[in-house]
Structures are given as C-alpha cells and as structure tokens.
Design a binder for this molecule. Structure first.
Ligand code: NAD
Ligand code: MG
Length: 390
C-alpha cells in the first residue's frame, strides 16, 4: 500500500484527489489530510479514508475538529506547527494543494523527507522555485507538476531532452472577461469574476484566471520547473481549453497535449506516474468539437502577463513579491474594497517599489528571506490598495 498525504484536502484539487483515492482505497494508506475552516468536510474524509491524522490550519478550530473526530481513531491537530509536523510523517506521495504561499513551508518540509511531492500549489514555485528544486535535489525527492499546463508539458517531454526544446506554449481560456469591452473591466463584480467559462476551480484561482494573474504565475512556474529561458515561453488564448500546452522542438515539431478540462487527469498522472492508469475523465470527441481556436493575448486586457516578464528578468525574490502583492490585491478585491482592474495596478506599484527601495530583494533565497519579503510586499500592497480606494 502506498502511503499518501493530502495538503489542502478540502479544496477543489484536494477533493479531486480524494475522488481518485476513493475509487481504489485498497491501494492507499492515508497518513494525513489537512484543511482550513471546513471542518465537517475534513473530518468526514479523514474518517472515510481512515487517515492517521487530520490537521486544520486554524488553531481556534481544534475543538471543533476534535469533536467531529471523536471516537473515530483519527488524530486531530491544528495550526502551522501541526501542518509542518504532518509533512514530516513518512509518506510515499504528498499532494501539495494548499492555495497561496502558505503551501511553501509544508512543501519544503515534505521534500526534506525525500517524499515525492505532487505540486498543485504553483505559488510555492513562483515564490521559491530555486529553493524547492535545490531542496528536492539535496534530499533525493521528486517534484511532479499538477497544474494542467505543466503536466501537459511534462508529458510532452517524456523521452525527450530539454535541450531539444525550442519553445513551450501554455494556453489560457482567457477567463470570464475575455470578450468584454476593455472599458467595462473596471466595473466587473466579484460574482462575475468568480465564474469560469470552462474549469470548475477554487474561487481564488478562478478570479486569477479572469485577470490572467493565474497565467502570469504559470509562465513563471514554467520557467522555474523546466529551466527554460523566459523568451522560450509563450501564452496563447485558447477559448475551448482542450489543448493544455504545446512543446516545440528544434526540428519544428510541435507536440500538443489535449484532454477534457478536468483536473483529475493531471492529478491522476502525478498519482500513477511513471505509469498511466485508467482515469474517470471524459474522452474527447474531436469531430463533435469541430474547431479549435487560438489567438494572442491582449496585454492591455491582461497586464499581469507583462509583469511576469519583469519578474522573470529580475528573478531571485521578485517572484515572492509578485505573488504576495497579488494575494493581497485579490483579498482586497474579494472584500469589495478595490476594483478588478486595481489588482494589476497594485502589483505593478509594489514590484516597482520593492525592486528600487528594498535591500532585502538581493538576499539569497531561503525560507526566511522569502517569508520576510512576502510580509513586506503584503504591507506595500495594503498601502497601495488603500490609495486606490475612491
Ligand atoms: P481551494 O481554495 O479550493 O482550496 C485550498 C485549500 O487550501 C483548502 O483545503 C484550504 O482549506 C487550504 N488553505 C487555504 N488557506 C490555507 C492556509 N493559510 N494554510 C493552510 N491551508 C490553507 O484551492 P484550489 O483551487 O484547490 O487550488 C489549490 C492549489 O492548486 C492552488 O495553488 C491553485 O493555484 C492550484 N491549482 C488549482 C487548480 C484547480 O483546478 N482548482 C488547477 C491548477 C492549479
Ligand atoms: Mg493551470
């Protein structure tokens, strides 16, 4: 039996992972499940999967979790230290599906145990790609991509040398506002930004798809994970979301990865890697799809894409600055205190300010320096958000 843990088990990726595990429970021994405030879901899954341990990230939720697990034999724990401790429990495979930079410390700890880490949590690669890859190498651990585009590229590279790659194209649906008149974007509401044309995902990544902050993070993720140069990475708007990525080789060949927009494909590929097993995903009927469309992204509509290029040019801790500013700008948009279009203005301002004014930006990348610059960027984003009100 393979020992597995799922960080962010109550979220969209976590639930899709659990769906796959529940289809073949005899193959897995579940070590730890972690979640946030959805205690009922966390406890129900921990009991159903006979997990050793369930952890909520929030200390004040411990009594509720203990009550929900009473008599089940599942251990309950809460808080940041408990999350880190859960990552040290021996496992063969860990799903990293916490949203945001909060996934970084448990992910690093898991890699330090030599565990295979299936990485949905793209923010940790954006903030600390160099550190994650170095840690994986040092401890003989493996990082497997779970983001659909990166899983697609990873699959396109099977049997190939990265030196044979000329370019990597990742696709974007264009999000909720791809066909809106530009001048209407500033009036976009939270409800409008929270609905995705093709994918069913967590709220934060759905809004990030409308703004293409998600694609901006993914461009940086591509650079970090595959080690290619920024100008080898292209983004194409592909409204059907059926081609997830393409790998272009020096001989002109372009290998595309197609599939239904269902994250259980990328999760299942990482779960069974290096094998392929049957997965409960819809099979594409291309004749009934008929047409696939592609177009260049409009940088005026998606300023985050150009910001990602600046971040990659500067590297080091700039990824952590960009992600932190984006996370806070998104918090403010969700809270209703800023407009949709203010988010990219805030990240632009924070990037510029920290690059020119903070000496910390040149520090070596450690969990500590990433955490410090993350705090500084969050504060700067809060100031910028307060200035954009009205
Ligand atoms: P979600 O919001 O649905 O779930 C997030 C999970 O993280 C929940 O279990 C939540 O309880 C937990 N969490 C939130 N804040 C936390 C904190 N501070 N500390 C500890 N745990 C915390 O998110 P999601 O859509 O499942 O996305 C998870 C990750 O996967 C993100 O990094 C996202 O970018 C990435 N991803 C998601 C999809 C998708 O289809 N949903 C696709 C590709 C990549
Ligand atoms: Mg993706």
């Amino acid at each position: 039996m393979r020992k597995i843990s799922i960080f962010g088990a109550t979220g969209s990726i976590g639930q899709s992972t659990i769906d796959l595990i529940k289809r073949a429970p005899q193959l897995y021994q579940v070590v730890a499940l972690t979640g946030g405030g959805n205690i009922a879901q966390l406890a129900a899954d921990a009991i159903a999967l006979r997990a050793q341990l369930a952890v909520t990230a929030y200390e004040d939720q411990l009594p509720a979790l203990q009550a929900a697990l009473d008599g089940s034999g599942v251990e309950a724990a809460a808080g940041q230290a408990a999350l880190i401790e859960a990552a040290t429990r021996p496992a063969d495979w860990i799903m990293s599906a916490i949203v945001g930079v909060a996934g970084l410390a448990p992910g690093l700890k898991a890699l330090e145990q030599g565990t295979t880490l299936a990485l949905a949590n793209k923010e940790s690669l954006v903030c600390a790609g160099e550190l994650l890859l170095k840690t994986a190498k040092q401890y003989g651990a493996r990082l497997l991509p779970v983001d659909s585009e990166h899983s697609a590229v990873f699959q396109g590279l099977v049997g190939e040398e990265i030196s044979a790659v000329e370019r990597i194209v990742i696709t974007a649906s264009g999000g909720a506002f791809r066909d809106w008149p530009l001048e209407d974007l500033k009036k976009a509401t939270l409800a409008q930004a929270s609905s995705h044309p093709n994918w069913d995902m967590g709220q934060r990544i759905t809004i990030d798809s409308a703004s293409m902050f998600n694609k901006a993070l993914e461009v940086i993720e591509t650079r970090e994970y595959f080690g290619v140069e920024p100008d080898q990475i292209e983004v194409l708007v592909h409204p059907e979301s059926l081609v997830h990525a393409l790998v272009g080789f020096h001989d002109g060949a372009l290998m595309a990865h197609l599939g239904a927009p269902d994250m259980r494909h990328a999760i299942g590929y990482a779960l069974h890697w290096p094998e392929r097993r049957d997965l409960p995903v819809a099979r594409l009927d291309l004749a009934s799809v008929g047409q696939l469309n592609f177009r260049q992204p409009d940088l005026a509509r998606y300023p985050a894409l150009a910001q990602a290029r600046d971040v990659m040019r500067r590297r080091g801790l700039m990824g952590a600055v960009f992600n932190a500013a984006k996370e806070r700008a998104l918090d403010h948009f969700i809270a209703g205190s800023i407009r949709f279009t203010d988010m990219a203005e805030i990240t632009a301002r924070v990037l510029e300010q920290i690059e020119t004014q903070s000496s910390l930006i040149d520090s070596a990348m450690t969990l500590d320096s990433v955490t410090q610059i993350d705090h500084i960027a969050r504060k700067a984003a809060d100031v910028a958000a307060a200035q954009s009100i009205g």
